[in-house]
Each structure stands twice: as C-alpha cells, then as structure tokens.
Design a binder for this molecule. Sequence first.
Ligand code: NAI
Length: 258
Amino acid sequence: GGTYVVTGSASGMGAAVAKSLCGEGHTVIGVDLRDADVVADLSTPHGRQKAAEEVLAKTGGKLDGAVLAAGMGPTKGRERMITEVNVLGVTDLLTAWRPALAAADKAKVVVFGSNSTTVTPLVPRGAIRRLINGDTVGATRQILRRRGVTAPVAYAASKIAVTQWVRWQGTKPEWAGAGIRINVIAPGPVMTPLLQAQLDSPQAKAVTSFPVPVREFGTPEQLAAWVMTMLSPAADFMAGTIITVDGGTEALMRTRDW
Ligand code: NAI
C-alpha cells in the first residue's frame, strides 16, 4: 500500500476517507485538532508548520496522496478563522508537501471545496483575490465591512479561493508537470457534525431553505467513495477539475431555462 495524509481525519468525510484508505491496506497519517496521528491547529501559522513538518517526518520523504478535508463551516463570529483553516490550512500544507508528493509516482491530491462556491451570491472578488494570495487579514476586513451575513460569505470566499488556487497552481509545471494530480471535490449538504452544527444553530433556515433536488442529505461514505476514485489511477488524466456531488443543487441553480 501507499502512504496518504488526511486532514480533518477525526470526523465526517475526512474520517470516512481515512477508513476507506486503511481498508485498502494503505498507511494513513491523520491530522486534526484531536484523535489524530498529528495533532495540530490549522488556524494558526505555528499549527500549520507543525502539521507540515510532523507529517513529512512520518513519510520518509514520499507521499502517494493527500486529502485536505479539515475545514470549518460558516460559524458566526469566526470569519477570520474560517479563512485560515479553509484556505491556508490547505495551501500552506500542500506547498510544504509538494516535494514529497512529487517523489511519488503520480501522487493524487483531493481538496474539499463546496458547492457553495457556485451558489452563494455577492462574494466580493477582492476578498477572494486576497485569500488566493494568502492575505486572510485583508480579506476578512473586507468581508466584515459588509452589512448583513458575513460568515456564509467568508465560508464561500474561502472555498472559492482554495478551489481557484488548486486550478491555478495545480496545472503548473511544479504540480501537474511534476506528476501530481490535484483536484477538488465540491459537496453539497452532507450529514456530518459540521452540518449538524448548522442545523442546530439559529441559522438553520439557511440550510433547510436551500433546494436539494434529490430531497436528502449526502452521507460521508458516498463522498468518500468519490474521493477514493479521485485517488485512484482513474484520476491519472485529471487535473484541476471540480467534482460536484451535491444532490443536484448546483445544476438546479445554475442551469437556465432554454
Ligand atoms: P467535520 O466537522 O465532520 O470534520 C471536519 C474536521 O476538520 C473535524 O474533525 C475538525 O476537528 C477538523 N478541523 C476543523 N478546524 C480545524 C483546525 N483548526 N485544525 C485542524 N483540524 C480542524 O466536517 P465535514 O462535514 O466532514 O467537512 C469536511 C470538509 O468538507 C470541510 O472542508 C467542509 O468545509 C467541507 N464541506 C462540508 C459540507 C457538509 O455539508 N458537511 C458541504 C460542503 C463542504
């Protein structure tokens, strides 16, 4: 088997992916705030550096794949932290792990985006540009200056930024050209502690009023199955692609009447 790193391995979809990888006989290095091989807080520069270094120390210099599932939902009052974890918690780690990924044969990387990147209105472009360039302070300042809801906007901005970073960086010579396949999975509502926290919050209506054509939430196992395909040789000819698995919301909201 190969060696894979999974962030957010303690819960939800990251846990489901880690379980599937272990089931196929691979070695999994889990990264999370707790219950993980590498315990680190990806919302701080120190925590990200710790995660980057401790994972590399455990790999022996070669990584067959990485799944970046650690993330925060649109929690009110946590706008800055959302951008730190969801953007830098991906880009800083992948940048540090790139040589180890390049050392493997056709390494695969899967980053968790969200279908909210395409269906959340009025996300300021300047904030997205700042996030892609790593300026979480400036981006958050711009988002908080707006009236009305800011956490869903920070969340969508973070997921748009990390998705665009994958498409921009991932197709460069250092990534796709160095044998690394990096793609994005964009889930809709999937029944995990992250979604449950939103359903239990005063903002629950923002979730339940969102139309899901198949009329049910996804399961972590369904999403893990798609991630496993994106880690398999089936993804050898796939780079910078976004796979949306969302019960039809994106199609419903972004297809016009002919
Ligand atoms: P979850 O809450 O079950 O798992 C996320 C994991 O990330 C947790 O174990 C948590 O401890 C970890 N994490 C959070 N902040 C961290 C930090 N500062 N440092 C280290 N680890 C941290 O969530 P779920 O639903 O499995 O989400 C996985 C990914 O999928 C996330 O990136 C999320 O944004 C994304 N997503 C989830 C959707 C859903 O409906 N559940 C929809 C679209 C995207």
